[in-house]
Design a protein around this ligand. Structure first.
Ligand SMILES: [Zn+2]
Length: 392
């Protein structure tokens, strides 16, 4: 609705016939095509400003952003565009697939807004995908070009999850670029979800990843490398399962969210060895890492030494890391840029090439490729799938 009224306001701004501005008179020789000329100039200016926002005149592309929170509330996408302003070029856009239930029996009148606020469970909320698609579709074409919406509203323990993803592409062709952020093992969250606990060894996960690969969807997966409060000296619980998962899907483009680190999951220092092992494995060229989340930034820039260590790994392999904020429904630009600013000590230690790739270039490469593949898949499948659905 908001968008319609905005369009209406724009239409009213059009000058009445015969009341052309001095700008048009100045271009009297072009009077015959004056209106077209004005329209073209306006379109060109708009294009140039949009293009500037998408090329160099900004700080970063955001590979990890939640428009809505754990109770499916968030920032209006038009307001979020203003928050991005000329600081952020493109954004991988998603909600949160889990809804925190408000159980009156447990919390009475205290409606929880975060998963740590309540003992009541979380459940998979598939409507998030329709919500994100609708927000995206309310934007102009130029505005849409700055977003890569992602499908998240599936239960990764369900063999039917792949069918949900296919159904979303079919219902909203031309919208989505990837799937995620979805979580398998996540501290404090996994155990709270209604139903079966997710597992990296679940056939349902393989099935949905097979479909993501077929459709060309980029996969943003959250999986803590270890359990909280692991026994000192023990092997990280999920490192091998994660590597095995990546190897079972060599043609899938993965982004491992938060480089596998959590609030209290093994600090970056120990994780660095696992990350480099993956990077150096020729069978795992399809795996990338995002350094999003203030909790990850906290570990990376904790000391000059930790910042140096992280910078050294990134400078050695600049094409494998992406910056993301992991902000959830920010209300101001200051809040939105918090994680970026937190990383200031890291940016200073990266080579110009690495800095450009991590902040912008890798996003463009990975998401442009995925966009192209998904649009091709849709062109080949959506119509026939819809026909089949109707005929069933
Ligand atoms: Zn996130």
């Amino acid at each position: 609705m908001k968008n319609f009224s905005r369009k209406g306001a724009k239409a009213q701004r059009k000058p009445p016939r015969g009341a052309e501005s001095p700008f048009v008179s100045f271009f009297a020789p072009l009077r015959l095509c004056g209106r077209n000329f004005l329209a073209t100039t306006f379109a060109l200016l708009l294009f140039l400003s949009t293009t500037a926002a998408q090329t160099n005149d900004y700080l970063f592309n955001d590979s990890h952003f939640h428009l809505t929170n754990y109770i499916q509330e968030g920032t209006d996408i038009h307001d979020f565009l203003k928050i991005m302003g000329n600081k952020v070029g493109r954004v991988a856009l998603f909600g949160i697939p889990l809804q925190q239930q408000w159980s009156y029996r447990v919390d009475e009148n205290r409606g929880p807004t975060y998963y740590l606020n309540s003992d009541a469970p979380l459940y998979y909320y598939s409507f998030t995908d329709a919500w994100i698609a609708t927000a995206y579709k309310s934007l102009s074409k130029q505005e849409q070009a700055r977003f890569d919406p992602m499908i998240t509203g599936f239960n990764p323990t369900d063999m039917y999850a792949a069918d949900h993803i296919r159904r979303v592409l079919t219902a909203f062709p031309g919208v989505f670029t990837g799937i995620g952020e979805f979580s398998i093992h996540k501290e404090f969250v996994s155990a709270k979800i209604s139903g079966e606990v997710a597992s990296l060894q679940d056939q349902a996960l393989d099935r949905l990843l097979d479909f993501a690969t077929e459709a060309g969807l980029v996969v943003l997966i959250h999986n803590d490398v270890d359990v909280p409060f692991a026994k000192p000296g023990s092997e990280p619980a999920y490192a091998n399962q994660m590597k095995a998962l990546f190897k079972r899907h060599p043609n899938t483009t993965f982004i491992w969210a938060h480089i596998g680190v959590g609030r209290i999951i093994r600090p970056v220092k120990e994780q660095a060895a696992i990350v480099e092992e993956i990077i150096n494995d020729p069978q795992l060229k399809n795996v990338h890492f995002d350094i999003s989340w203030d909790e990850v930034a906290k570990y990376i820039v904790a000391t000059p030494e930790s910042t140096q260590n992280a910078a050294a790994v990134i400078n050695r392999h600049p094409e494998r890391f992406l910056f993301g904020t992991d902000e959830v429904a920010p209300s101001s630009q200051e809040k939105y840029l918090k994680v970026y600013n937190q990383y200031e000590p890291l940016w200073k230690l990266l080579t110009p090439e690495a800095s450009e790739k991590v902040r912008k270039g890798n996003y463009v490469r990975i998401f442009d490729e995925a966009r192209h593949k998904v649009r091709s898949w849709e062109a080949a499948h959506v119509k026939s799938t819809m026909t089949t659905e109707v005929l069933k």
